[in-house]
Each structure stands twice: as structure tokens, then as C-alpha cells.
Design a protein around this ligand. Structure first.
Ligand code: AMP
Length: 120
């Protein structure tokens, strides 16, 4: 799947759309989800043009991969979730119901999150 430069997260990265930022470095941006599914719901995205986790793990540099996962841990700690716990999730492709075609890692926390998967 080709990367769509008009997807909403690409537009956030270009500052065309605002976001509620929680973290940024050379490779990563993290911001609050606009429709939170938990008291804390943050999205961590690479700045590079990667459609999904599949694209990212196949094509991103080691530096980019490390930066994304370091940022996930750092953001969770910064938001006070490391002690109480949190869940990370990244959807890839149709079966996952991925809606935005730019890789994003969800961080959920702030309450007991229940079983891992909602049955569809
Ligand atoms: P997914 O289903 O994994 O692709 O998740 C997409 C997520 O992006 C959803 O949780 C949306 O609420 C979130 N989202 C969509 N637009 C925005 C936006 N402009 N700012 C923040 N989060 C957004």
C-alpha cells in the first residue's frame, strides 16, 4: 500500500492540523487521541512515512525503530502509567480495523483495561 501524504497524521506532522502534543523528538511525535478510549489514550507516531507496523518493521532504519519504542516507554513513564500499567496496540490492515494509514502506537491507561481483545 502506497503512503497517502494527505492522511490526517501526515497533516498533523506538517502542522496543518493541531494536536495535543505530549512528546516530540527528531523521529517521533506523540499526542492525545481525539476520541479517547481510556482516561489516558495517547498515539505515538514516527515522523517518517510508514503506513503501518508492517511497513515500518520492513523498511524503517534501526534508529527510527529504536526511537519509536524508546518514545513509547518514555511517554508512558512521563504520563505516570508505568506503575499502574498500560496497554499498547498498533493496528495493521483491514482485519485490525486500522483507520489512519500512518503507523501509530496507541497507549491506553488510567484504569483497569479488562480483557485484551473485544470480541467482534
Ligand atoms: P486506528 O483505528 O488504529 O487507525 O486508530 C486511529 C485513531 O486516530 C483513533 O483512535 C482516532 O480517534 C484517532 N484520531 C483520528 N484523528 C485524530 C486527530 N486529528 N487527532 C488525534 N487523534 C485522532
Amino acid at each position: 500500500m502506497a503512503y497517502d501524504r494527505d492522511n490526517i497524521f501526515a497533516r498533523i506532522l506538517r502542522d496543518e492540523i493541531p494536536c495535543d502534543k505530549v512528546f516530540e523528538d527528531d523521529h517521533v511525535l506523540a499526542f492525545h487521541d481525539i476520541n479517547p478510549q481510556a482516561p489516558t489514550h495517547v498515539l505515538v507516531i514516527p515522523k517518517g512515512e510508514y503506513v503501518s507496523m508492517d511497513d515500518f518493521t520492513a523498511n524503517a532504519s534501526d534508529v527510527e525503530v529504536a526511537a519509536l519504542f524508546r518514545a513509547v516507554g518514555a511517554v508512558a513513564r512521563e504520563l505516570g502509567l508505568a506503575g499502574s500499567g498500560y496497554r499498547i496496540l498498533a493496528n495493521h490492515g483491514p482485519d485490525s480495523h486500522q483507520e489512519v494509514p500512518h503507523l501509530h502506537v496507541h497507549i491506553f491507561g488510567g484504569r483497569p483495561l479488562g480483557p485484551m481483545l473485544i470480541r467482534g
